[in-house]
Design a protein around this ligand. Structure first.
Ligand code: UD1
Ligand code: CA
Length: 481
């Protein structure tokens, strides 16, 4: 018979061993906060959730509100007096026949392990079923160990454990399915443990065993049950998650030059045939098309890259779209809702901010394009800068189709450069340029014939190359130029 299940996630702890002053449960692994992992897993299983909060409760609730679309009841544990005490704080929410209690700090746990636990529990008459794992590595600390002694099963916490890691290698994972009737009768029988005066949920196992009630243990791979108590354990868990993500994309036709230093978040998509270079970061909310290249040390965040596009090394694309067959970088920065349209090219040391670069347009070298609408087939010369801030607010520039902006232009916004117009190199354009016009906005050049020798130190040898007068001596003469 299928019994009803509801979950209680314990998330009120102080994260003392983290030593950062913030709750570990809002820290990220592969772009997702720790607390979001168990909540999403329970959502997948369709199990109703009560979350016990206390320490930095507001931060935890905010994260869940933003990141998970699933109803959650919150119970408050006012004082942090251990996992048993945290469970007690949720008592008013207990309704189902069985209460699934899960530590909030086990991000690698998967829904299939919990489903197996539920199945085993349902097909037995256990008072408590709980997940265990095998670990005989003495450097792995912090787990309670399942000990059978004199016919009694109990969980001995790390702080009290004096046995051999080799022999007592069954650890308690921190996920328990407990009959509500047992819980109601026993939760208040828990006693405070020294030295911290805390009530342990794990003591319920001993209570059940002493009453000869059936217990079920369900063994899972250790990597799935790793808890996160310290920053080191956060790092270790993230390594595992990263490897899972990279493996997934490898099986989906994505190749990597140095897979071990690539960082890809969970909610990312990558098309087949795409190549990812060394040190690349593809973060939250990004979608990379097929047959793309994202070259070394580039970072893509909250952005979409279309099919067959190339992101050259050391390029940042944030909150933006690069369409199909486009090229960006090296050392480029495309951000603040910018779009680089199909076939367009953004070259080295170019910043594109809150701008649209039209189809087949190009800005190949050292430019800043801010608040700018660039039409199609526009060519933007090296060193062009849109002057988009008038001292108080941002102003827009429009560069219409087929315009040609000469090198080293300053385009002072607000400004419209008309269709198929030209601007001369070195111009400071402050007025709109009509369609088909040539705009020249620079000082005319004067050539002072035979003036150069007067600037040279050695006036007897006017053709001597390297003999320029030192700056200090020539200052008055230079002013005369
Ligand atoms: C716990 C288990 C241990 C198990 C390990 C698995 C106990 C006593 N020990 O130890 O047997 O091997 O998990 O990872 O349960 N919390 C509260 N309120 C509190 C204290 C903790 O809500 O007063 C929450 C924490 O936020 C955390 C979870 O309970 O999410 C587990 O607490 P933690 O202190 O990490 O337990 P461990 O020492 O890891
Ligand atoms: Ca823990």
């Amino acid at each position: 018979m299928q019994h009803s299940v509801q979950a209680v996630v314990l998330a009120a702890g102080k994260s003392t061993r983290f030593r950062t002053g913030t709750s570990k449960l809002v820290k990220h692994i592969c772009g997702q906060e720790l607390i979001v992992y168990p909540v999403k897993m329970l959502k997948k299983l369709g199990i109703p959730i009560t979350l016990v909060v206390g320490y930095q409760a507001g931060d935890i609730k905010k994260v869940l509100q933003e990141r998970v679309d699933y109803p959650i009841n919150y119970a408050e544990q006012k004082e942090q007096r251990g996992t048993g005490h945290a469970l007690l704080a949720s008592q008013s929410f207990w309704q189902a026949d069985n209460i699934l209690v899960i530590n909030g700090d086990m991000p690698l746990m998967t829904h299939d392990v919990i489903q197996d636990l539920i199945n085993k529990h349902n097909s037995s008459n256990a008072a408590i079923s709980f997940v265990t794992a095998h670990c005989n590595d003495p450097s792995v600390v912090g787990f309670g160990r399942v000990i059978e002694k004199d016919g009694i099963t109990s969980i001995v916490e790390a702080i009290d454990f004096e046995g051999s890691f080799e022999e007592d290698c069954c650890i308690n994972a921190g996920a328990y399915l407990i009959k509500k009737s047992f819980l109601e009768g026993h939760i208040k029988k828990l006693e405070a443990n020294k030295p911290k005066n805390e009530f342990y949920i794990t003591d319920l196992v001993k209570l059940a065993s002493e009453e000869k009630l059936p217990l079920v243990m369900h063994s899972a791979p250790f990597d799935k049950v790793r808890g996160v108590n310290t920053l080191r354990e956060l790092w270790a868990a993230e390594q595992i998650k990263r490897a899972e993500i990279i493996t997934h994309w490898m099986y989906n036709g994505v190749s990597f030059s140095v897979a071990q230093n690539v960082h890809i978040h969970l909610d990312v998509e990558i098309g087949p045939g795409t190549y990812i270079g060394s040190g690349v970061q593809i973060l939250r909310g990004s979608k990379i098309g097929s047959h793309c290249m994202v070259a070394a040390f580039s970072k893509i965040k909250c952005s979409t890259i279309g099919d067959n596009s190339v992101i050259h090394p050391h390029t940042l694309v944030h909150d933006s779209i690069v369409e199909d067959n486009a090229a960006v970088g090296p050392f480029a920065h495309v951000h603040e809702n910018s779009t680089v349209k199909s076939g367009a090219k953004i070259g080295n040391f170019v910043e594109v901010r809150n701008s649209v670069i039209g189809k087949f347009s190009k800005a190949p070298h050292m430019s800043y394009l801010g608040q700018t609408q660039v039409g199609e087939n526009v060519s933007i010369g090296a060193g062009t800068v849109t002057c988009d801030h008038d001292g108080t607010k941002l102003q827009k520039t429009h560069i219409q189709d087929c315009a040609y902006i000469g090198a080293n232009n300053a385009l002072v916004a607000p400004l419209t450069i008309g269709k198929a117009s030209f601007t001369a190199a070195g111009s400071t354009i402050t007025k709109n340029v009509p369609s088909q016009a040539l705009a020249i906005a620079r000082e005319r050049q004067t050539n002072k014939l035979n003036y150069a020798p007067t600037l040279r130190a050695d006036k007897q040898n006017p053709n001597k190359d390297s003999a320029f007068i030192p700056a200090k001596k020539t200052a008055p003469e230079r002013h005369n130029l």
